[in-house]
Design a binder for this molecule. Sequence first.
Ligand code: PGA
Length: 247
Amino acid sequence: MRRKLAAGNWKMNGLRAALAEAEAITAAAAADGPEVLLCPPATLLAPMAAQAEGTALQIGGQYCHPAPSGAHTGHVSAPMLRDAGASYVIVGHSERRQDDGERDADVRAQTLAAWQAGLTAIVCVGETEAERDAANTLAIIGGQLAGSIPDTATGANLVVAYEPVWAIGTGRVPSVDQIGEVHDFIRARLEQRFGEGVGRSVRLLYGGSVKPGNAAEIFAVSNVDGALVGGASLTAADFTGIIAALG
Ligand code: PGA
């Protein structure tokens, strides 16, 4: 049985005052319910982790450098995330692939660094609108999976998030058939490469404009084990609605 996961990606949002929102979200995280994860900006990692201590809320980073330390101004490493209280890290988000030029090989190196530090990596994949229009979606996703995920994946160290680039922050969501097609494809690829045991144990999240109003429909799709949520994870009112749809 794969435990459901509701992951919130706060992106570059949140000052210390937003810790109150995280506290309200913590109340919806129960040990016997879906796993709840918040990935705040790096500045809020340590205080949010301290606030979450003794609760079921998990904390994660949004990126990590491939190296554990060094002369890389402005970056953050996987051991630093771990040290601040993180147990997860998002890697290969499409905004980093687009804004920071990250390629599959970079994402793969970051994933290895995350594993080395004892973090679970949430590896993001997804097609652009032009790629979908050209009927290239599965080829693109297959390439990203092959290039971004290292060979030593397990159900414990890896989560895959399918996030169509055109659905992120746009209010546009693929049809349940489109989501199901890609999630079934990802599951099959993972089983082929890592064997049925590992392939079936990796959790697959859908991400892109998930809201309380569409969450239940999305979570009913086969091989959707939860969501990676941006905008709707910033407020407890919205995010707890999504968590409830998962539970
Ligand atoms: P969104 O972002 O929920 O605001 O569309 C999702 C994501 O980028 O993970």
